[in-house]
Design a protein around this ligand. Sequence first.
Ligand code: SAH
Length: 245
Amino acid sequence: MRRYFKATTHLVFGLTLGSAQCTSTPDTTYQPQHLDFEEARTRMVDEQIQARGIRNVRVLEAMRTVPRHEFVPEAYRGLAYEDSPLPTRSGQTISQPYIVALMTESIDPSPGQRVLEVGTGSGYQAAVLAKLVRDVYTIEILPELAKSAAERLERLKISNVHVREGDGYLGWPEQAPFDSILVTAAAGEIPEPLVEQLKPGGRLVIPVNTNQGYQSLQVIEKDVNGGKKIRDLIPVRFVPLVRPR
Ligand code: SAH
């Protein structure tokens, strides 16, 4: 396994998955892998994120720091810093780096905040948030993903992310209210429990299905009187927010 992993790290810069899967030659002249990943991560931020208009310096720094390759299945590590979403286990996806940065910037994170994420998946988005706010509460409906994300975050010594298995549509009432809420699965409508669990002045960012057949990434700002101001960012494609039967 180890040998296979080392070989695939050569593929960081744009080689195909096909070749990543069949590479198996041991490489004794290998350079420390973290340097390859670090360089790839710097390029990712410069070319995919900053170039597309993300300006928040703390968000850019978090994206430069969090080791995305640790959050993707081993077979995809060579593609971890590419400009695309990748599969997690269980048929779910880890969002494209730019979308993670955009969603993160849209909540304007600051160090004292407590943020809720719905749709833990690999834990990558939660790990990025963990660099920027005080505490991250994240809910995942698939038990095996909740468990593996919690284990991964612990292994990476990220201690301010709290993972819970369950239906995130209902939020996490015991920990509410939150400064901001991110939903990383597409909903048919804005979940009312999440709006309720938002502080006045707080933001909810969520992909919502439109009746034109696409999803729109929306930012909902709750005002002090409980009113909502909705802003559409961009069209996106997320896996659906599912509800238990
Ligand atoms: N944020 C993740 C990617 C999320 S993919 C990352 O950084 O890797 C969307 C995730 O939402 C999937 O893991 C899916 O299982 C989960 N999900 C779908 N419906 C859900 C619900 N009702 N409550 C919580 N999680 C849900």
